[in-house]
Design a binder for this molecule. Structure first.
Ligand SMILES: C[S@@+](CC[C@H](N)C(=O)[O-])C[C@H]1O[C@@H](n2cnc3c(N)ncnc32)[C@H](O)[C@@H]1O
Length: 257
């Protein structure tokens, strides 16, 4: 149903109240979230099914929700979007965690609300979402016994942020139906490297641990019981200013049939 001018103005005001947006998302009638990344420009590299009618989809590390709501738009019956319960719940390096703990409780709660919570909620309201549910968990805590299994599990640009990406992939495999698939993208500075290598990048600030070569991701997927890998793609993610460039590898991994 189209919004009234008053509803559009109210939505615009809610969007403007949030200082930190990851995704730039078109909410219709001239309202757009002012995020860094317009992922709609890169969708073709992910080779998602055009229609997802009837599918259960798990979006791990959903941030402000571009992909979760895109899966709903494509007809998914149910989208479960996973996000960390707080900013502090990231796998921070001990050095950065010590810095974080210097901040007041109030400051930390503001970051949680601004970065982790409100944007996703406002986008859902703006799009009139009905079939997307968010849960608060780290990737390590995704268990099929709690969540069931999914036709499609998606992890976009988040495995670099986890200290143990292999356990993360194991958990996503557990949540994948035998005839389902995992679609995963990683940032990689090692795209030309033919060997299955991972470079430790924990010396960078904040929350980065491993830059895997595409061959490394493929090898990890194989050892985590994904027998077939397909739809490999490479692209360079840029932010809306064009100043940030992130070489990205995407692939689809299929479990043993
Ligand atoms: C760079 S953003 C990517 C957002 C989105 N998936 C995309 O591709 O545009 C990474 C997201 O992963 C989440 N994240 C980081 N570590 C995580 C973990 N251990 N478990 C679950 N989510 C995590 C972050 O909070 C953030 O929302």
């Amino acid at each position: 149903m189209p919004r009234t001018p008053e509803q559009t103005a109210a939505l615009r005001a809610k969007v403007a109240q949030i200082q930190s947006w990851y995704h730039r998302i078109d909410l219709g009638e001239g309202v757009e979230t002012p995020g860094h990344f317009r992922m709609a420009d890169y969708l073709r590299h992910y080779h998602f099914p055009e229609r997802m009618d009837g599918m259960r989809v798990l979006d791990v590390g959903a941030s402000t929700g571009f992909f979760a709501y895109e899966f709903e738009r494509r007809g998914a019956a149910e989208v479960v979007a996973v996000e960390l319960p707080s900013w502090e719940a990231h796998d921070w390096t001990p050095r950065y965690r010590a810095e974080l703990q210097q901040k007041s409780l109030n400051e930390r709660q503001n970051v949680d609300r601004e970065v982790m919570v409100d944007g996703f909620t406002v986008v859902g309201e703006g799009l009139g979402s009905k079939r997307v549910k968010r849960i608060w968990k780290a990737i390590y805590d995704l268990r099929a016994a709690d969540l069931g299994t999914f036709d499609l599990v998606f992890s976009g640009a988040m495995l670099m942020h986890v200290r143990d990406p292999i356990l993360g992939i194991q958990r996503m495999r557990e949540c994948c139906k035998p005839d389902g698939r995992l679609i995963v993208s990683i940032s990689t500075t090692l795209a030309d490297q033919k060997d299955p290598v991972a470079r430790f990048v924990g010396e960078w600030n904040q929350c980065n641990w491993w830059q895997m070569s595409p061959a490394c991701l493929d090898a990890v997927l194989h050892c985590c019981d994904f027998t077939h890998i397909d739809h490999r793609a490479h692209y360079t993610l840029q932010d809306v200013t064009g100043q940030f460039h992130d070489p990205t590898y995407v692939c689809h991994a299929f479990p043993r049939q």
